[in-house]
Ligand binder design. Sequence first.
Ligand SMILES: CC(C)(COP(=O)(O)OP(=O)(O)OC[C@H]1O[C@@H](n2cnc3c(N)ncnc32)[C@H](O)[C@@H]1OP(=O)(O)O)[C@@H](O)C(=O)NCCC(=O)NCCS
Length: 344
Amino acid sequence: MSGVKASQGAAFSKIMGIGGYRPRRVVDNAEIVTYIDSSDEWIRTRSGITERRWASPDETVQMMSVAAARTAIERAGLEPGQVDTVIVATVTHLLQTPAIATTIASELGAKNAAAFDINAACAGFCYMVAMADALIRSGASKYVAIIGVERLTDLTDIHDRSTAFIFADGAGAAIMGPSDEPSIGPVVWGSDGEQSDLITQTQPWDKAIPRQDRVRPEDGTAEAATWPTIAMTGNPVFKWASYAMAKTAAEALDAAGVQPDELDVFVPHQANNRITDAMFKALKLPSDVVIARDIVNHGNTSAASIPLAIETLLESGEAKSGQTALIIGFGAGLVFAGQVITLP
Ligand SMILES: CC(C)(COP(=O)(O)OP(=O)(O)OC[C@H]1O[C@@H](n2cnc3c(N)ncnc32)[C@H](O)[C@@H]1OP(=O)(O)O)[C@@H](O)C(=O)NCCC(=O)NCCS
């Protein structure tokens, strides 16, 4: 036997507080149809979206993240200095290095916190819940801030009719910490890289922006500098999300030992109201289960969508602290993750 000591943390973890930041500017479908060939009716009936928020220049990834995390820390009843780990899920932090989690931790006052970014697209929040749960139970961390944040408009072609009406901006954060009782069910997660081209950046940065003095000149330089955007082949993603993700959601319920009639709240990634309806039906959830419909007013904010939707339900009183919720995220990769949680 080796003399190495292993750490051991709390028996369980829980979500202690949730906070969100929604950009000021409201963009309705009437404005969207000035950019793409579409109609208010098509957008509403096909996606459920009536309006979304777009970030202004001052509403940066850093600014929105700090605002959301501050609210979550306050609601968790903690001081920022108690947060020892900061994880940020985003696909729209445009600076390759350093991780934005480090500067977010500093601005929050989470001195010396472990800090890193992850990219799990629209499944980012559920990935972070699984990671924070494992970190807390292993003893590596005690209080973890998990922040899903996107400025998808930075990577959206405003004239692309398959994405311009869907993507939006915002930040949603949660604080996770130790718990005496189980509050986070086992995660059911995975990926399918064979379908990676369904949602993808149109070109890598090194092809978008030519370099004169490459370290490896044999790479060649790009012919023309163009800003990359996110391209999505919507219909296959729609079908995958509606059918395969309902199965994943059912597995997450099963893994947590929760029957559909024991569930209070259903918060799928806010990608499309019709996907939500298809999953709800496939899961055979009782009609009194509260369903998140944040997409109607906030569009698809990728990694931020689940915590923002939870905050909306808690603030409106539709959902309550202590209730059992099923969350499931899915998106570019393709990646997916779902688990049952107790609402803070
Ligand atoms: C994008 C999405 C709303 C499109 O809805 P859809 O029912 O799949 O629509 P389709 O792409 O099959 O297009 C249907 C018709 O609408 C048209 N159309 C497409 N975009 C349109 C738009 N913005 N406005 C008006 N018409 C549009 C198509 O040209 C097509 O016309 P046709 O029937 O004459 O050929 C839907 O596919 C979706 O939500 N996909 C999943 C998104 C998602 O989950 N992403 C994962 C996380 S990021």
